[in-house]
Design a protein. Structure first.
Length: 265
């Protein structure tokens, strides 16, 4: 059975959750699309999904999916000048997904830090390049989704050793991606095995981040959402390997998210 919260029959648009995705750059136009479309494909219960992206990236996203609402921001990368446009959507969102394909331009780094500072208690998923721009001490109420290299960088920037970082997690949850994902909070650790070696292909991390945000919009539970997203991602990876061998790509995940999500108990 798919995880789905009950709805009030008299609810209005937006009552069942709003998600804001901030991401994309001229170099990585597909990452924000994969993350956002994963949320939509999950049919996770959120009513509204907004994507704040550079103008050309946003137009490209809309050619792939007319269902996604984009904020088309001038320029090839996100910058502090866009903050005023983004802020009303940031305030409105129940969940913020930040970092997919966002790039590492110094202007973008300043915007990322500004968005984080403006939403300390908002539920967030921090992924990809945004992880490289922040210290663990800057982040709270978030699922952070690093691979091994990004995790080392996060510890270095945070001036933390591998043996004591859990004390600094506060209300955060780490989804440490690998052959077996590890979901880590201050109080618990869960491992999720399975999947496929083919999941090292680019874009599968963006899909996983989107699944985290989709589940988080329903459950409001960081650890549970990270665990469900990891399990679903691994299930899909295993299925695609059986069907396609190692030749699958990240967009293949989008076709089967809804079906596999219904099977996930």
């Amino acid at each position: 059975m798919v995880l789905m919260l009950p709805r009030n029959p008299s609810s209005h648009k937006g009552d069942n959750g709003t998600i804001l995705v901030i991401g994309g750059s001229a170099s990585f136009p597909g990452a924000a699309y994969l993350a956002a479309q994963s949320i939509a494909a999950l049919r996770a219960g959120a009513d509204l999904l907004f994507i704040a992206a550079p103008e050309k990236v946003a137009w490209a996203i809309n050619t792939f999916s007319p269902d996604l609402i984009t904020l088309k921001l001038l320029g090839s990368h996100l910058a502090p000048r866009h903050y005023r446009t983004i802020l009303p959507y940031l305030k409105r969102a129940d969940v913020l997904l930040l970092g997919n394909g966002i790039g590492t331009h110094p202007d973008t780094k300043r915007l990322v830090r500004k968005a984080i500072a403006a939403s300390p208690k908002k539920l967030k998923v921090i992924d990809a390049d945004a992880i490289k721009m922040l210290r663990l001490q800057d982040i709270d109420h978030s699922i952070i989704t690093p691979h091994a290299g990004e995790f080392k960088m996060l510890l270095k920037h945070s001036n933390l050793a591998a043996h004591d970082y859990r004390n600094a997690l506060r209300h955060n949850v780490l989804l440490l991606k690998g052959k077996a994902d590890r979901i880590i909070s201050r109080d618990a650790v869960k491992a999720v095995a399975g999947g496929s070696p083919g999941m090292t292909v680019g874009g599968t991390g963006d899909v996983l981040a989107g699944l985290c945000a989709g589940y988080l919009s329903q459950t409001k539970d960081l650890f549970r959402s990270a665990l469900l997203a990891s399990r679903l991602s691994k299930r899909i990876g295993s299925r695609l390997q059986k069907q396609l061998g190692y030749g699958f790509v990240a967009s293949d995940f989008l076709r089967v998210i809804a079906e596999e999500g219904r099977r996930l108990r």
